[in-house]
Design a protein around this ligand. Structure first.
Ligand code: 8YV
Length: 319
């Protein structure tokens, strides 16, 4: 029997590509550029499955032009906001993601961003690196301490919980908003808020861990930023669409927000050029899950989903 034909849209980890090539008839985009609309449409005629990243967009206009061959999209990502699930469902194309395996790596990046924003990492690095560190003073670059501070978490799913665990290690006072209250055995003493406004009022630090959906678009807007404690720190490792970036710039200018850590932006790749004017924004280029261990685990999880599908079983991470 012929092996199923798979398109891997980006340069995934070596271990992932090796395994995929052993088990499938694989075409890999080793140029590693995001798949264009035209490439995605033509792949639907030539391949049984696609393994994309969040960089390939399966919008309804693209999916409506799909050919009959494509059966499954096994995403190499937990987020699926790049996939129009309703349009894909209408075409009977299955969609899977890679939950669990990236929670710790993403939570680690959130901790890095939170610490970096709280302790002036950008400015400090620049002063030393540029040779402009001429003086030291006890009132120099004084930041905010995590220990004992209140951290608000929006979205207490797998990544939110992994982040809470790490924040607990820093002795932070943990508060969260989630659509449903977690069991006490899972929330481990974190205080539940049944609405976002109540959470924001106590968030000296705030970290976003919810998916990008129509409901969460611009979740953090001017009104909500203004009810946070003065001088709060905001961290986003989820999706750029959650934050109104103009409102964030206003909040930084007024001092309402005193530091920001971002791994994602409204426009990616690239980010928001206006953010570069603020030394109190610590920025990374969407690398939350970028560790060797996690990239291998994500690739393997995507392939596990394909293996199940082609063995006639229901993939574990079927959406
Ligand atoms: C990855 C992510 O950068 O999983 C997600 O939703 O945003 C990140 O882990 C990316 O999607 C990898 O393909």
């Amino acid at each position: 029997m012929n092996k199923p034909r798979i398109w891997i849209t980006r340069k995934l980890s070596d271990a992932t590509l090796e395994r995929a090539q052993k088990d499938y008839d694989v075409v890999i985009n080793l140029e590693d550029q995001p798949g264009t609309k035209e490439e995605i449409i033509s792949a639907s005629f030539e391949f049984d499955a696609i393994v994309p990243c969040h960089s390939e967009v399966f919008s309804s206009d693209v999916v409506s032009k799909f050919g009959p061959r494509l059966k499954i999209i096994a995403n190499h990502s937990v987020g699926v906001d790049h996939c129009d699930l309703a349009a894909l469902n209408e075409k009977n194309i299955l969609v899977t993601n890679t939950p669990d395996v990236l929670s710790d790596a993403t939570a680690e990046i959130a901790m890095l961003l939170m610490l970096g924003a709280a302790r002036h990492a950008v400015l400090g690095d620049e002063i030393v690196r540029s040779g402009n560190w001429k003086n030291w003073s006890p009132s120099f670059m004084v930041g905010k301490q995590l220990t004992g501070a209140r951290i608000g978490i929006i979205g207490m799913g797998r990544v939110g919980q992994a982040f809470a665990k790490k924040a607990r290690g820093f002795d932070m006072d943990i508060h969260y908003f989630n659509r449903t209250k977690l069991n006490d055995s899972v929330s481990l003493g974190a205080s539940y808020h049944d609405n976002i406004e109540s959470l924001l009022k106590v968030s000296d630090f705030l970290s976003l861990h919810c998916p990008a959906t129509p409901e969460t678009k611009l979740l953090i807007d001017a009104k909500r930023l203004n009810i946070m404690p003065f001088g709060a720190i905001l961290v986003n490792t989820a999706r750029g669409s959650l934050i109104d970036e103009e409102a964030l710039i206003d909040a930084l200018t007024s001092g309402r927000i005193s530091g920001v850590g971002l791994d994602c932006y409204q426009d990616e790749p690239g980010g928001n050029p206006k953010f570069s004017n603020f030394k109190n924004i610590f920025m990374l280029p969407h690398i939350g899950s970028a560790t060797v261990k996690t990239r291998d685990a994500m690739g393997f999880r995507a392939l596990d989903n394909l293996d199940s599908y082609f063995a006639g079983k229901t993939p574990e991470d079927l959406l």
